[in-house]
Design a protein around this ligand. Structure first.
Ligand code: NAD
Length: 344
């Protein structure tokens, strides 16, 4: 990729507050001089309206072409036989790594100065959902059975991703989280593979391992001890929301889904139908996701300028949306960030 040239990317505004926060984020990225040229496509309810599918073929084709997407929250319709769009995207593009940074942005929360990253395996584990019931004596749901699948190759891939991420971002330590004391095969393979991968990073990144329940407790008691956490699918799902709680909730939590064939960036929150159309949603999570996207394409200086402007708007000028206790509208906040963009 030409380091100065335009980078085509798919933009999916999404449902509910999606279009409002997308407008704000795109305006900020333009003011920043971000290199993306957007191919706007629909998904979720908007996808059903336009093409009869929450994940239309044209949207998939666009991501196949650009291999890069910024996605607003999508409403997955209940019933109607539609599969989760997010699961379909993960499968389609082999999005094996879910990256969820949790960094304090505004003081006054329960915790300050949190700065950790959770790397969640996104495809394997109990999420393969090989499930069935065994009927006994007329009760069709007498017994429920679920099988998880973790592979050596899948474990190695996510562990290498986490260690490489740590090296690239100057992180000091990777904590491998598992439950190998009880799920000796399913999560034992993850710890076993970590012991094979970690020594290759000796001298560059420290590592340790922790049982998931102890990790959950320590995240509450002393979250500052963690730097990068890497774990299997279900544990990562739970711990990454817990980490978002530490920094004040999902409204500020960005996520990246990284795969062999594409990378998709999004806010972690949903389409917030309760406040949609009012112009009051917080665009910060999607904006931070766009920051991760800039880093992903090697534009670290732009990502850093964006973070500075966000910090100045939030903490220097005190411009905050309602969910953060302020009174700014979505576009008020966007304009405040634009005003505070540092010179290149
Ligand atoms: P939600 O995240 O949409 O909303 C939960 C609460 O947080 C609401 O009170 C909402 O107003 C508030 N909130 C969320 N984002 C906000 C923001 N940016 N600024 C201010 N307040 C915000 O969760 P939900 O209500 O459980 O889900 C609503 C819909 O979103 C569902 O259809 C669900 O399937 C979908 N969803 C999509 C994604 C995704 O596409 N990644 C993720 C989660 C939920």
């Amino acid at each position: 990729q030409d380091t100065q040239g335009a980078i085509p990317a798919t933009l999916i505004p999404g449902d509910g507050i999606g279009p409002e926060i997308t407008r704000a984020v795109v305006a900020i990225l333009e003011a920043l001089g971000a290199p993306f040229t957007w191919d706007v496509q629909q998904g979720g309810l908007a996808g059903i309206e336009a093409h009869g599918d929450p994940l239309p073929g044209v949207t998939l084709d666009s991501i196949r072409r650009t291999r890069l997407a910024l996605k607003g929250p999508l409403t997955t319709p209940v019933g109607g036989g539609f599969r989760s769009v997010n699961v379909r995207l993960r499968e389609e593009f082999g999005l094996y790594a879910n990256l969820r940074p949790a960094k304090s942005m505004v003081p006054g929360g329960r915790y300050e100065d949190i700065d950790l990253v959770i790397v969640r395996e996104n495809i394997e584990g109990l999420y393969v959902a090989f499930e069935h019931y065994i009927p006994i004596e007329g009760d069709p749901h007498a017994v429920a059975i679920s099988s998880g699948v973790n592979t050596r190759a899948g474990s190695r891939r996510i562990l290498e991703y986490a260690f490489d991420y740590a090296v690239k971002h100057g992180r000091k330590k990777v904590t491998v989280v598992h439950k190998a004391n009880v799920l000796k095969a399913l999560t034992g393979i993850f710890l076993e593979t970590a012991k094979e991968v970690a020594p290759r990073y000796a001298g560059r990144v420290e590592w340790d391992d922790r049982i998931v329940d102890a990790c959950a407790m320590q995240l509450v008691l002393d979250p500052w001890r963690f730097d990068v956490i890497v774990t299997t699918n279900l544990f990562g799902d739970i711990l990454s929301d817990q980490a978002a709680g530490l920094i004040g909730g999902l409204g500020m939590a960005p996520g990246a889904n990284i795969g062999a064939d594409a990378a998709i960036f999004e806010a972690v929150h949903g389409s917030a139908p309760d406040i949609a159309g009012k112009g009051i949603a917080n665009p910060l999570a999607m904006l931070l996701a766009a920051g991760l996207m800039l880093e992903h394409v090697g534009r670290q200086p732009l990502a850093a300028r964006l973070r500075v402007a966000v910090d100045r708007a939030l903490n220097g000028d005190g411009i905050r949306t309602r969910d953060l206790g302020g009174s700014a509208s979505t576009m008020d906040f966007a304009e405040a960030v634009i005003r505070r963009l540092p010179e290149a």
